[in-house]
Design a protein around this ligand. Sequence first.
Ligand code: FES
Length: 201
Amino acid sequence: MESRTQKSEPARRRFIGRALGLVLATGVTLSAIPLVRSLLPSRSRQIAGAPIEVDLDTISPGEQILITWRGKPIWILRRTSEMIQRLRISDLEARLRDPLSQQDQQPPYARNDLRSIHPDILVVIATCTHLGCIPKFHPETGQMGFDSEWPGGYFCPCHASKFDLAGRVFKGVPAPLNLVIPPHRFTDHNTVIIGEGPVVE
Ligand code: FES
């Protein structure tokens, strides 16, 4: 006849095994929580600078919208073909300080005469490079109070700096540099993501 001690030994082993399994399972579960959390961007990081997707469907040719990214105002302008032609007139280039975007005011993929990925869509930070005012959008052309041969663009009312419809600064104004082009990429022609560059395949 088995003693009481001999009878309880297998039961005791089963108990220890179950308890150990429970501890291990709980430990794995608990240690997984911070890992998952660390993979998700925190709300503060999202607010601080996560990329944002913008639908451009509602912008008609010649119009622009104003959005905010990283606390900065961003214009997205849908240029007409006439606006694009005007930007390529050499007479205009002669009036500009940095017509070919030599200064580091844009990502490499926007270092071209239109300072954009697609000719018709301009994405630009709406902050004057003089002292940070927000310039005004003046797409009209011709005689203006601030320019007798205005080609269309942005006029800063604070100290009269002028930029064309590619955000290129004019000569002889206080602003020293072109407006800044933020990183951006398109997922299709009517959807842009601000805060990320094009995916390199
Ligand atoms: S802040 Fe725009 S011209 Fe001075």
